[in-house]
Design a protein around this ligand. Structure first.
Ligand code: PEP
Ligand code: MN
Length: 352
C-alpha cells in the first residue's frame, strides 16, 4: 500500500510512518516527489495496518497498490525517475546514449571506440568484460583485465562505464570498476544476482529476457528496487519470435507501454534487437520516436574483426550518422541529449 503524506508533512512525521511500517514487518520505501512524499509499504498487508497508518499525523491517505510490482509502479511515483551517472542522464526528457564495443578486446580497441563515441555524443561507454556466450568455446571476455581497460577509458574520456555482471559472486569485483551494472537478458530472472547488484547502490541496467513478459521484467526490476536502490533502467533488447529476418524481434511498443506502467527509464538496444548493422540506425531513431529514454548501441573500430557481435556493430562513421539522425528525432519529440547538470532541476517532458 502507499501512504501518501500531506503536503508539508514534517520529516518527523514521515519517519514515524516509516517506523510504524517497519514495526508491521513491512518494508518502507520513501519516495520524495516534487508534489508529495509517499511511503510505499511493501509486504503482506492487513486491514489493521492500513487503519493504524491512516491515523498517523501528516498522512493524507493510504491506498492499495494494485500492480503486482510495487516500487516500480507508476501508482507509487507518478514522476519519472531520472538515472544520472556523471554526464549520463536517462529518463523524463533526458536521452542517455550508451555506446561501445560488444566485448572489450584490447586497450587500443576500447580507447579508440570510447573517444569516437564520445566525440559523436555518447554519454556512457559500454563494453563487456564478462561475456555471456551461447557456446562455451566462444570468446568469454577479458574479465578483470577488461574491467581495467574500461576504467582507463573512463579516466581518459570521462564517460561512465556500463558493463555486464554475469554472476552474483562477481558483483564486488565488477562494481569496483563499473559505474552501472548491466544484467544481461539471460540473467533477467537470476534473483540472487539482482539482489547483489541492487545492494551495491550502483545504477542497474536490466535487460529484458528474450521470452520474458512485461510483468516478469517489472517484477525482476522490483528485486533490485527492493534493496533500496532506486536507480534501475529497463532495457528492451528484442524477443524471440518465429521471425528469422532479424536476430530477435524488436518490439517498440514496449516503450510507451512501460511508460504507462512504471516511472523507470526505458532504454532500447537496437543492436541486439535487430542483429544487423544496416537495420540499427533506423530502429535507433524509431526507438527515440517511441519515447525511449536511452539507447544502447554496439560500436567497433572494425566490425569485421570483432570477437563478438560484429555483424550488428556500427563503425565510427555509422555511429556518428546514427547519432545525427537520433538527434533530429529527439528534437521533434521533446527529448534532449544534453545531460542534467549537477544542481539543475529536471525539465518537464513535453507530452506529444
Ligand atoms: C550485450 O549487451 O552484449 C549482451 C550480451 O546483451 P543481451 O544480454 O541483451 O544478449
Ligand atoms: Mn553483444
Amino acid at each position: 500500500m502507499i501512504v501518501v503524506m500531506k503536503r508539508g508533512a514534517s520529516e518527523d512525521q514521515v519517519q514515524h510512518v516509516v517506523d510504524r511500517v517497519e514495526e508491521f514487518g513491512l518494508k518502507a520505501h520513501v519516495i520524495f516527489g516534487t508534489e508529495r512524499t509517499v511511503v510505499a509499504a511493501v509486504g503482506e498487508k492487513r486491514d489493521e495496518h492500513r487503519q493504524s497508518l491512516e491515523s498517523c499525523l501528516g498522512v493524507a491517505e493510504v491506498v492499495p497498490i494494485l500492480a503486482p510490482y510495487k516500487v516500480a509502479s507508476i501508482e507509487v511515483k507518478p514522476e519519472r525517475t531520472i538515472v544520472r551517472v556523471g554526464p549520463f542522464s536517462a529518463g523524463n526528457c533526458y536521452l542517455g546514449i550508451i555506446a561501445g564495443p560488444c566485448s572489450v578486446e584490447s586497450e587500443e580497441q576500447t580507447l579508440a571506440t570510447a573517444r569516437a563515441v564520445k566525440a559523436a555524443g555518447a554519454t556512457a561507454l559500454r563494453g563487456g568484460a564478462f561475456k555471456p556466450r551461447t557456446s562455451p568455446y566462444s570468446f568469454q571476455g577479458l574479465k578483470e583485465q577488461g574491467l581495467r581497460i574500461l576504467a582507463a577509458a573512463r579516466e581518459e574520456t570521462g564517460l561512465p562505464v556500463v558493463t555486464e555482471v554475469l554472476a552474483a559472486a562477481d558483483v564486488p569485483l565488477v562494481a569496483d570498476y563499473a559505474d552501472c551494472l548491466q544484467i544481461g537478458a539471460r540473467n533477467m530472472q537470476n534473483y540472487r544476482l539482482l539482489e547483489e547488484a541492487g545492494a551495491t547502490g550502483k545504477p542497474v541496467l536490466l535487460k529484458r529476457g528474450p521470452s520474458a513478459t512485461m510483468e516478469e521484467l517489472l517484477l525482476a526490476a522490483e528485486y533490485v528496487l527492493n534493496t533500496g536502490n532506486q536507480n534501475v533502467m529497463l532495457c528492451e533488447r528484442g524477443i524471440r519470435t518465429f521471425e528469422a529476418h532479424t536476430r530477435y524481434t524488436l518490439p517498440l511498443a514496449t516503450v510507451p507501454y512501460l511508460h504507462e506502467k512504471t516511472h523507470l527509464p526505458v532504454i532500447v538496444d537496437p543492436s541486439h534487437g535487430t542483429g544487423h548493422t544496416h537495420l540499427v540506425p533506423r530502429m535507433a531513431a524509431a526507438a527515440v520516436a517511441a519515447g525511449a529514454d536511452g539507447l544502447m548501441l554496439e560500436v567497433h573500430p572494425n566490425p569485421e574483426k570483432a570477437q563478438s557481435d560484429g555483424y550488428q556493430s556500427l563503425n565510427f562513421q555509422q555511429f556518428a550518422e546514427t547519432m545525427e539522425l537520433c538527434r533530429r528525432v529527439a528534437d521533434a519529440v521533446g527529448k534532449i541529449l544534453t545531460p542534467l547538470e549537477p544542481g539543475e532541476t529536471a525539465r518537464a517532458l513535453q507530452t506529444y
